[in-house]
Ligand binder design. Structure first.
Ligand code: DSN
Length: 414
């Protein structure tokens, strides 16, 4: 807490909110699949003087002076990202995953071009062509779906590609638990002459840690965020084949962004350095073991697992089918019990996105604080108790006390 002395003294109101968030994170269980907790070194980088610096351009070729050290850190981040994923080219400037995806589209598409992307309720992301987004107004997105068993039917996908003749075929997801067949996907794209793109935002850390197959050799362009399983600062990343490097760099800056956020670039370099260490491989493997432990406990309690099973860090549970509780109630009751997750639409969900049929659960943050299979099983029992509680405050408070005791044994920032 002493580290924040200046903030406490100069702005007690802002400091009070920070203190509240620190307590919330330490005392609660974070199960939002896209969240994680960064190391103290990444936090140091984010709070550094690099936030003061403008650096439009790229290392060795900037628009403003004073770039001696920005060039050092951006080159470090680029080199580490390339090493981590075996990529030919890396752009570490995207401010977020949405910005990375937008820049990727701009780099290869002309307005009106057709893109195949995964349907939102089947696991795709908003930026993969949902009608409310800007890319969907500029490009023509055609969205593919998953099958009843949770898999993608590649024969159907090929038929769709042959009939729609996309310029870009996009793989990737934000609420999907199965492994994509990268080679098959790329082979279909090759048949129709489409550029291939994979959004690996959710699973970048598991890929970096060797727990999941690497899409980079198969795809022309791969986008990611750096703050999910990769456990870095909030931000985006684009990896691509050398042939796309110039177009991608131009699309990021000046195409869709201005000055990069260099404190974030420093933090990315630090996080990539951490992900290159052997401990990170163990972390990625434990994420997978923890997700499977949760799955088997949910199955033994009779829960309906969406997409059939999990092959990554997250699970989707049909709470309506399993316990007659809507996704919104489940999220609210669990919040009251000190367990944070998000309500989530399920494939072709008959309910709206603000009160859908299920929840998404992720284990990366709990795994970061050292929790293993036994804790995962206990967490599932608490979730089940909360969903059976009918929202009764006394029961949710009792669970919260138990959650707090467990969290105390697994501190985030010692
Ligand atoms: N909001 C992120 C997620 O939760 O999956 C994706 O951008």
């Amino acid at each position: 807490m002493n580290a924040y002395r200046s903030l406490r003294e100069s702005d007690p109101q802002a400091f009070a909110a920070l203190k509240g968030e620190m307590k919330r994170e330490e005392e609660g269980l974070e199960l939002i699949a896209s969240e994680n907790t960064v190391s103290p070194a990444v936090l140091d980088a984010l709070g550094s003087v690099f936030t003061n610096k403008y650096s439009e351009g790229y290392p060795g070729n900037r628009y403003y002076g004073g770039q001696d050290f920005t060039d050092v850190i951006e080159t470090l981040a680029i080199d580490r990202a390339k090493e981590l994923f075996g990529a030919e080219h890396a752009n570490v400037q995207p401010l977020s995953g949405a910005a990375a995806n937008l820049a990727a589209y701009v780099s290869v598409l002309a307005p009106g071009d057709t893109v195949l992307g995964m349907d939102l309720s089947h696991g795709g992301h908003l930026t993969h062509g949902h009608p409310v987004t800007l890319p969907a107004k500029v490009y023509r997105f055609v969205r593919y779906k998953t099958e009843a068993d949770g898999a993608i039917d590649y024969e159907k996908l090929e038929a769709l590609a042959l009939s729609e003749k996309p310029r870009l075929m996009l793989a990737g997801f934000s609420s999907y638990t199965r492994q994509i067949d990268y080679a098959r996907f790329a082979a279909i794209a090759a048949k129709v002459g489409a550029v291939t793109m994979m959004d690996m935002a959710h699973i970048a850390g598991m890929i970096a840690g060797g727990a999941l197959p690497n899409p980079v050799p198969h795809f022309d362009i791969v986008t990611a965020t750096t703050h999910k399983t990769l456990r870095g600062p909030r931000g985006g990343l684009i990896l691509c084949k050398e042939a796309f490097a110039r177009a991608v760099d131009k699309a990021v800056f000046p195409g869709v962004q201005g000055g990069p956020h260099m404190h974030m670039v420093l933090a990315k370099a630090v996080a990539f350095g951490e992900a290159l260490r052997p401990e990170f491989r163990e972390y990625a493997a434990q994420i997978l073991r923890n997700a499977k432990a949760m799955e088997s406990e949910f199955v033994s309690l009779g829960y309906s697992i969406v997409f059939g099973t999990t092959e990554n860090h997250m699970l989707l549970i049909d709470t309506v089918k399993s316990r007659g509780v809507s996704g919104r109630d489940a999220q609210e009751w669990l919040d009251a019990a000190g367990i944070t997750l998000n309500k989530n639409v399920l494939p072709d969900d008959p309910r709206g996105p603000m009160d859908p049929s299920g929840v998404r659960i992720g284990v990366p943050a709990a795994t970061t604080r050292g929790m293993k299979e036994a804790e995962m099983r206990q967490i599932v029992l608490w979730i089940d108790r909360a969903l059976r509680s009918g929202g009764r405050k006394r029961e949710l408070s009792a669970i919260r006390r138990e959650v707090k005791a467990l969290c105390k044994a697994f501190p985030i920032y010692r």
